[in-house]
Write a protein that binds this ligand. Structure first.
Ligand code: PLP
Length: 631
């Protein structure tokens, strides 16, 4: 089924097998397929119910290899005389297991890590204990103690580079270098004039939050020279914005940065590294265009452009080629995580049926009020030639029904009948529209209005925050029954009590579609869906709306002898844990509640068995998952 565009966004990692289930190919090889439905059953057998984030460590490894491979090829094609080094910005996914895996898989390429805050620095400094030569780049706001720690880490032997993001940080670097007699490695972030594009366009350009203006950089050079430390300036950095959708932005930014690099090198700075920041995109909708959720270039093209631009500028200025550093976070981690969740039920507006004869639908004594009778006529008159006309008639009659009801002139029974007639009329009109090549514009919205709502066991705010906050598209689809034609169209609603907790924008072969093709739910049978490419930014940006906590996370690996195995299980938050985040004293909650149950028994409001059942529920749920777990 090509309804969900799997080959387009799934690259080589996702596909559909003969059984109609989604498969994952963690190393991009179709010989190694993991059936997602099978994974869900395997997790269930281990008492891990949906929602669950499944991380495929082998995808992470494959992405790092791909990144290295793309730059290696570009380096050889452009006769580039230095190497490439990725530093993983841990803000993209700070989970210990993810960072450790990136660090481990990046070892053969000497990839490093990037920290953007003090807590991130603490994590990164400890992790690099075994390999002090692996690069640590420090971005973000830095205070006195941050810089002091960086200078001391240099003394410890780490290859650590604080990037000066605003001028005040330079004074702190100088102060602590003198105090501890260290010659630090220093980086500087350039405020590029070439603006970014897309959602994160403000990361670059003159109004960007971080970076030094060229005049400030000149001042920095002067100050370093005065302190005989110009050789310490080893890195220039820019970040042209995340998810760059248009390759032209990449070219412009790198070109500008390379010229700044060359100028500074010729002024005597000890530059060795050029850090092109993040921005390498992920094709979330698979369209390969410059839509916000896509990108009009490949990883190879990106690498080739970066290497080519830097090489040409350096060659023209007669300077050595620097080590090329990139901080590609999204492109490294997005593919490796999949969020799986189950549908809890659905509601449908187009299932109001009208038999066609007034007598069968209305058996009351009273005569039909005029607008209700009009709705009957509108319903019966729907035909291909009169679609818009019948729609107008139905809308008007419905408005009159509501007016009469609000004046006390119409019974609830008639209002209910009018409601059924209205939706049934709309559904008939929509069914005709589906058969037309060009449906009337006014009726285009009917598909969305009449779509089903599938209630799903997850929180958008916790698990897909970018979908809610910035309308980020993620590929979402059922993970089974895919050799069965879906007969429903729906939007997804999460289990938070918030009307924003829904998803009604989906990947389509042309632009975005507002409803998703879904299968009819079968009583007593689970229906599982998954959101793909969720490994970047979603986990830590997620929040505790309605106190839905972290979902379970499992790490799945390919087995050398075929098949898969679970390497790690991280259980999701319990209700007790999220309550403690909110400063509830969880140890006191249960005794407090239990006392009340005892009192109810003593006062005869409850039997002992009832009170015990309630106490057991309370105690059990405090230690239980925050999501719905079924029977
Ligand atoms: N480097 C810096 C300084 C950033 O601010 C960011 C994120 O916005 C990144 C790297 C990661 O960017 P991306 O995930 O697009 O690769």
């Amino acid at each position: 089924l090509d309804l969900y565009q799997v080959p387009a966004w799934g690259k080589h990692y996702f596909g559909i097998n003969a059984a109609g289930n989604v498969v994952v190919r963690p190393d991009g090889d179709s010989a190694h397929e993991i059936d997602l439905r099978e994974v869900v059953e395997g997790l269930k057998a281990r008492d891990l119910t949906a929602p669950v984030v499944v991380r495929f460590s082998d995808i992470l490894k494959h992405r790092l290899q791909r990144l290295h491979g793309a730059f290696a090829q570009a380096i050889s094609e452009n006769d580039y005389k230095n190497r490439y080094c990725a530093v993983f910005p841990i803000k993209v996914n700070q989970q210990r297991l993810v960072v450790e895996e990136v660090y481990r898989y990046g070892k053969e390429f000497s990839f490093g890590l990037e920290a953007g805050s003090k807590p991130e620095l603490l994590a990164v400094m400890a992790l690099t204990e075994d390999a002090p030569d692996r690069m640590i780049v420090c971005n973000g706001f830095k205070d006195d103690s941050y810089i002091e720690a960086v200078i001391l880490a240099t003394k410890l032997g780490r290859t650590i580079i604080p990037v000066i993001e605003n001028f005040e940080e330079l004074a702190l670097v100088l102060k602590h270098s003198q105090k501890y007699q260290v010659r630090p490695r220093i980086g500087v972030r350039v405020k590029l004039a070439s603006e970014g594009a897309g959602r994160w366009r403000d990361s670059a350009g003159e109004k960007s939050k971080f970076g030094l203006f060229v005049s400030e950089i000149l001042e920095l050079v002067k100050t370093l020279r005065e302190h005989d430390m110009l050789d310490c300036l080893e890195l220039v950095h820019c970040h042209p914005g995340s998810q760059l959708q248009d390759i032209r932005r990449v070219k412009d930014a790198i070109n500008e940065l390379a010229h700044v690099y060359a100028e500074l090198r010729l002024m005597g700075a000890g530059l060795k590294y050029i850090d092109v920041g993040g921005g390498l995109g992920v094709d979330y909708d698979g369209s390969g265009t410059n839509f916000e959720s896509s990108m009009n270039y490949t990883m190879n093209e990106y690498a080739s452009d970066v290497v080519y631009r830097i090489a040409s500028v350096c060659n023209a200025r007669g300077i050595e080629h620097p080590v090329i550093v990139s901080e590609s976070g999204r492109a490294t981690t997005a593919h490796h995580s999949v969020l799986i969740f189950n549908a809890l039920g659905s509601s449908a507006l187009d299932q109001f049926r009208v038999t066609g004869r007034v007598e069968e639908d209305y058996t009351g004594e009273e005569e039909l009020p005029q607008p209700v009778a009009d709705l009957f006529v509108a319903y019966r008159s729907v035909s291909e030639r009169r679609l818009v006309e019948c729609y107008h008639d139905a809308v008007q009659a419905r408005e009159q029904v509501l007016q009469m009801f609000n004046l006390g002139l119409l019974s609830l029974e008639f209002r209910g009948l009018a409601e059924r007639l209205y939706w049934a009329t709309c559904a008939r009109i929509r069914d005709y529209c589906r058969k037309l090549d060009n449906a009337p514009e006014e009726l285009e919205g009917l598909e969305l209005i009449l779509s089903d709502t599938y209630f799903c066991n997850f929180s958008v705010f916790q698990s897909l925050p970018d979908s809610w906050a910035i309308d980020q598209l993620f590929p979402i689809m059922p993970i089974h029954r895919l050799n069965e034609k879906p007969t429903r169209n729906g939007v997804l609603a999460d289990i938070t009590c918030d009307s924003d907790g829904k998803i009604d924008r989906f990947v389509s072969h042309r632009d975005v579609k507002r409803t998703l093709e879904l299968h009819e739910l079968r009583p007593g049978e689970e229906y599982y869906l998954a959101a793909f490419l969720v490994g970047a930014y979603q986990e830590t940006l997620g929040d505790l709306h309605n106190l839905f906590g972290d979902t379970h996370v499992v790490h799945i690996r390919l087995h050398d002898e075929g098949g898969w195995w679970i390497e790690e299980i991280v259980k999701g938050d319990t209700a007790g844990k999220v309550l403690s985040y909110m400063q509830y004293d969880v140890d006191r909650l249960f005794p407090q509640f239990a006392r009340d149950c005892e009192r109810a028994v003593r006062e005869g409001r409850m039997t002992l068995q009832e009170s015990q059942a309630l106490r057991r529920f309370y105690e059990w749920e405090l230690a239980g998952y925050t999501y719905l777990e079924g029977e």
